[in-house]
Design a protein around this ligand. Structure first.
Ligand SMILES: Nc1ncnc2c1ncn2[C@@H]1O[C@H](COP(=O)(O)OP(=O)(O)OP(=O)(O)O)[C@@H](O)[C@H]1O
Ligand SMILES: [Mg+2]
Length: 362
């Protein structure tokens, strides 16, 4: 049975439409992320699932039960809020017991569940500590334990790791995924961090301006984005507008990009209104003298900027027509790193040219 069904949900604040006709079905045990830029409606949707906000239109079901008109405390949902404050004057144990006290769970059972929730987040033995005596990552885990203690059907996490530094954040991401798999709880994570969503999720829903843009597995979103918004939000994208057909080879899939006189070939069919995308990491950068491009999916270029990002280089290249193209080659492939001013040669495969439908041309 589906765990969470969001059916045609819309929410308006005064004149602002924060959510527009959003429908998502989340399966039992799934790790689902809502990813989108600031202000796109992620928290609003989470609050509607939890029952802290009502939709103006549409319905929410949990485990097959329509809960649209049911208050939050009767929904059996555990939530970690965007600014997950722990109660500073309560011990770790009392923080975790909070939802149980509200639900009038017996003292004995409270103790058992607090112990179990702290064990699940690997904080056993810290129940007596006060929040200020914990590290940021430990505080974060207490907030998750507090949500888990009520044994919810669904765990909702609103940017739970955004206050942590990069290293701790990665560590907590691994822990979160491990915890979720270990206890098998349906989880909805809100984040604006694409890497976090890609590494943690079974599926991701991309929200943009209150609309659900696409739902899919991390690799599906990356490999076949439904539109330009998704292509630019999940990974990076070099965009090519197709202006004129070239019928030199197979007219159906050879095209000239605006200004650049590049010929791109794609595996999928293309029309003159299509937008083409090549991911920076799918482009090969070869050293070489500037030569005129004669074949499809190749371009002579000049290195404009190089920055070092560990395993990959981030290179901006200038094309002969003045346009720029981003290339992220593996650092390991160069005995001598490319430098600004070098002539180079770019090359990619037709399989790596992503074709977006014409209607998303804008
Ligand atoms: N109570 C409210 N009253 C009026 N407008 C609101 C209210 N809550 C949210 N909004 C507006 O609705 C839109 C969506 O807000 P929401 O908090 O859902 O965004 P978000 O995706 O969670 O953003 P962030 O990543 O910054 O947390 C925003 O434009 C916001 O200003
Ligand atoms: Mg938010």
């Amino acid at each position: 049975m589906s765990s969470v069904v969001i059916d045609s949900v819309a929410r308006q604040f005064d004149n602002h439409r924060a959510l527009n006709n959003v429908s998502i079905t989340i399966e039992q045990g799934e790790f689902f992320s809502l990813l989108g830029p600031s202000g796109c409606g992620k928290t609003t949707l989470l609050n509607i699932i939890a029952g802290f906000l009502s939709p103006n239109q549409g319905r929410v079901s949990l485990g097959g039960r329509d809960v649209t008109a049911i208050p939050p405390y009767q929904r059996n949902i555990g939530m970690v809020f965007q600014n997950y404050a722990l109660f500073p004057h309560l011990s770790v144990g009392d923080n975790v017991a909070f939802g149980l006290k509200v639900r009038k769970v017996s003292r004995h059972e409270q103790q058992q569940r607090v112990t179990e929730a702290l064990r699940q987040v690997r904080l056993e033995g810290l129940a007596e500590r006060m929040p200020h005596q914990l590290s940021g990552g430990q505080q974060q885990r207490v907030a998750i334990a507090r949500a888990l203690a009520i044994e919810p059907q669904v765990l909702l996490l609103d940017e739970p790791l955004s206050n942590l530094d990069a290293r701790l954040r990665r560590l907590m991401q691994d822990e979160l995924r491990e915890l979720q798999q270990r206890i098998g709880i349906t989880t909805i994570l809100v984040t604006h961090d694409q890497e976090e969503a890609l590494t943690l999720s079974d599926r991701i829903g991309i929200l943009g301006q209150g609309e659900l843009q696409q739902v899919g597995s991390p690799s599906a979103l990356y490999r076949q984005p439904a539109n330009r918004f998704v292509a630019e939000f999940v990974g990076q994208a070099n965009l090519f507008h197709v202006s004129t057909h070239s019928d030199g080879y197979h007219a159906r899939d050879h095209f000239t990009a605006t200004n650049e006189k590049l010929i791109l070939t794609a595996v999928q069919p293309v029309t003159a209104a299509t937008l083409l995308i090549v991911r920076p990491e799918r482009i090969q950068l070869l050293p070489g003298p500037s030569v005129q491009a004669t074949s499809p999916n190749m371009a002579p270029a000049k290195v404009k900027e190089v920055s070092f990002a560990g395993a990959t280089l981030r290179v901006v290249c200038q094309l002969p027509g003045g346009g720029e193209i981003r290339v992220h080659p593996a650092e390991a492939q160069f005995s001598q790193l490319p430098a600004a001013g070098d002539n180079c040669f770019l090359q990619w495969r037709a399989e790596d040219v992503i074709v977006l439908p014409a209607r998303d041309h804008a």
